[in-house]
Design a binder for this molecule. Sequence first.
Ligand SMILES: *[C@@H]1O[C@H](CO)[C@@H](O)[C@H](O)[C@H]1NC(C)=O
Ligand SMILES: *[C@@H]1O[C@H](CO)[C@@H](O)[C@H](O)[C@H]1NC(C)=O
Ligand SMILES: *[C@@H]1O[C@H](CO)[C@@H](O)[C@H](O)[C@H]1NC(C)=O
Ligand SMILES: *[C@@H]1O[C@H](CO)[C@@H](O)[C@H](O)[C@H]1NC(C)=O
Ligand SMILES: *[C@@H]1O[C@H](CO)[C@@H](O)[C@H](O)[C@H]1NC(C)=O
Ligand SMILES: *[C@@H]1O[C@H](CO)[C@@H](O)[C@H](O)[C@H]1NC(C)=O
Ligand SMILES: *[C@@H]1O[C@H](CO)[C@@H](O)[C@H](O)[C@H]1NC(C)=O
Ligand SMILES: *[C@@H]1O[C@H](CO)[C@@H](O)[C@H](O)[C@H]1NC(C)=O
Ligand SMILES: *[C@@H]1O[C@H](CO)[C@@H](O)[C@H](O)[C@H]1NC(C)=O
Ligand SMILES: *[C@@H]1O[C@H](CO)[C@@H](O)[C@H](O)[C@H]1NC(C)=O
Ligand SMILES: *[C@@H]1O[C@H](CO)[C@@H](O)[C@H](O)[C@H]1NC(C)=O
Length: 579
Amino acid sequence: MRISLLSLAFLTGPVLAQVPLPQPPFMPPNASSGAVPSSSGGVPNAQWSTLLGNLLYFYEAQRSGKLPSTNRVPWRNDSAVNDGSDVHLDLSGGYYDAGDYIKCTFPLSFTVMSICWGATDFGKGYDLANQTPYLDDMLRWSLDWLMKAHPSNDTLFVQIGDTDLDNAYWGGDQNIPEPRPSYQINNTSPGTDAAAGVSAAFSACSNLYSNRLFSSNYSGPATLQNSTYAAELLQHAQTLYSFAVSASQTEYQNSVPVAGDAYASSGYGDELTLAALFLAWATNSSSLYQDAENYYTKFGLGGYDGVFNWDSKTPGIPVLFAQIAQANPGFGGGNISTWQSQAENYFDGIVNGSGSGYMTRGGLLYYTGDSDEASVNPSLNAAMLLTRYAQIASSQNKKSSYLNYAKSQVDYVLGKNPMSAPYIVGSNPNSPANPHSAMASGGNDTNNINTSPMQEAYVLYGAIVGGPDQYDRFFDIRGDWPETEVALDYNAPMLTLAAMHALNDSSDPFFTSLQPGAYSQKQPQGFPCDAAYSQGCGGPRLSKGGEIAMAVIIGVVGLTIFSLIGWLFLLSFQDGKMG
Ligand SMILES: *[C@@H]1O[C@H](CO)[C@@H](O)[C@H](O)[C@H]1NC(C)=O
Ligand SMILES: *[C@@H]1O[C@H](CO)[C@@H](O)[C@H](O)[C@H]1NC(C)=O
Ligand SMILES: *[C@@H]1O[C@H](CO)[C@@H](O)[C@H](O)[C@H]1NC(C)=O
Ligand SMILES: *[C@@H]1O[C@H](CO)[C@@H](O)[C@H](O)[C@H]1NC(C)=O
Ligand SMILES: *[C@@H]1O[C@H](CO)[C@@H](O)[C@H](O)[C@H]1NC(C)=O
Ligand SMILES: *[C@@H]1O[C@H](CO)[C@@H](O)[C@H](O)[C@H]1NC(C)=O
Ligand SMILES: *[C@@H]1O[C@H](CO)[C@@H](O)[C@H](O)[C@H]1NC(C)=O
Ligand SMILES: *[C@@H]1O[C@H](CO)[C@@H](O)[C@H](O)[C@H]1NC(C)=O
Ligand SMILES: *[C@@H]1O[C@H](CO)[C@@H](O)[C@H](O)[C@H]1NC(C)=O
Ligand SMILES: *[C@@H]1O[C@H](CO)[C@@H](O)[C@H](O)[C@H]1NC(C)=O
Ligand SMILES: *[C@@H]1O[C@H](CO)[C@@H](O)[C@H](O)[C@H]1NC(C)=O
């Protein structure tokens, strides 16, 4: 047998966390402990610490590749260890994106950027909760893979695994369908957003690993400083930024159409701006700061009032500008007020209801369209940005109104809602019991994913699910991916919020007041699309990854077929997911 570099990498196994992991390891407690209010009144509050631990544990359950000996998730196995073999590279490792088994670089880079930024601002919350070693472990599992996915200056792998093949599979981690092709962007087939997005993630994390805090309005970075690692990350950030800027500019799905099935990017101006800005901060470069200002104007990013998410990073940009301008008066003439007013226009629009979102009757910030799938994601991302920005708001009044609003959204997501359901798995007896996760379900019958098996085989602790519909209803049905799917990016804002609460909040997360049975008394009967007032809900429900592909088919083939698919769907939905 020929021993290739690839199999050597496999034999030696992956690098482990550098910050020593606790012995014994932190393990998520039984959900019933989330119904017991804490007795002491100090910080860190034990329930917030546990929540932060659970949120990180979710990522461990999503790992791909050969698992380290420190793996805490007893029901996970080594998987997809040959990723990259089609291009003679080791692209094993990293994370499965959602309830399925593809690996997607663009949303992963957003997730990692978001977590590193949060761990820079409210990082001492991770320390207090004793979760910094797991933060380090989670980040390195992401960043080490992203470095492998960037094997040369102008090559970046943006997806591993075929979306359609993957969507047709429902089962455990031992029979993941192959082949799993590796898709790249490069100089001849570029992708400005993907290259800049990953650059921003590397810079944001380099800042964290070099212990670079913004200002005394923040707690400062989690204690995981490592200047060697920070320098390695910065190198990748710089070459990716150069690649994004110097190759011809386009959305990455124009070069890799399959990546557009699940994660088509709507533009690259936001990623370029953010990448320049994080890099300016990492390298103390006023000319990069200037580049970022120029992009902001050139791409017309001012005045945007939509969501913040994996695709749309614009609302975070004035916040980061303000943080950097405050921390380094040498940049932009020290004019923080310009960025404060940009940021405050956006946040005031959310808080006073004049933005493009509205409040559901139950109190969830909702954006028609964007919130129709994974409704808690826009809300949590807004809460996370509000909490960060509040620390440098222009007045104490604004500061408290932003923090209050953020708290209302966090409370909603953690159970203060018409369903009495905390939208996080395994944290309370009323938590969702049927997350849309092929891996955790234990089933392999594509035609009966709701009922086979009746009970989800494994508890996917710490996973934020999609969330309720616009009427605040949550059905807890495994096949209903818009409400019950899990994903790397869904957890990201909650980590930052939980770290902030660990730092500063002596009272419990809302769910400790919810006793067993609270949700089941309110759980709606039937299926989301049965209800008379849910118009336009009759389309097919694949998983997160299949949706756009299906939307395209519908557009092309037309209304007749749509009705037929809709009808087939209604039949099949009674039993589960459409293959
Ligand atoms: C810092 O990170 C580098 C690169 O991952 C690693 O080799 C080294 O052991 C780390 N140092 C410490 C003190 O953890
Ligand atoms: C959690 O604890 C409850 C009550 O003690 C028990 O009924 C249940 O089986 C436990 N669940 C798990 C997943 O261990
Ligand atoms: C990659 O980029 C780095 C930094 O910009 C540069 O020093 C190096 O020469 C580049 N490598 C190649 C092969 O172009
Ligand atoms: C991991 O392997 C074990 C033993 O074969 C199996 O019971 C378990 O379901 C597998 N896990 C997943 C997520 O498929
Ligand atoms: C560049 O990327 C395109 C699109 O993924 C791919 O078809 C092509 O083979 C790549 N070029 C090289 C030299 O690998
Ligand atoms: C950043 O650069 C400015 C000059 O633009 C300099 O005054 C300052 O000391 C530098 N900061 C650091 C941390 O190097
Ligand atoms: C900051 O920018 C704003 C808006 O461009 C301007 O009105 C204000 O005068 C500037 N302040 C300083 C100190 O330059
Ligand atoms: C709401 O916020 C926007 C943006 O700052 C502002 O223009 C508007 O006057 C505010 N409306 C109210 C009622 O406060
Ligand atoms: C930020 O910190 C400064 C210095 O401690 C303080 O004066 C200011 O009020 C803080 N800003 C907010 C919004 O709390
Ligand atoms: C599905 O699971 C059942 C029960 O665990 C098993 O007997 C069967 O072989 C599996 N089928 C496939 C296609 O994996
Ligand atoms: C912690 O609470 C104090 C007082 O309520 C507030 O000023 C500060 O901004 C809070 N810190 C965070 C990180 O929210």
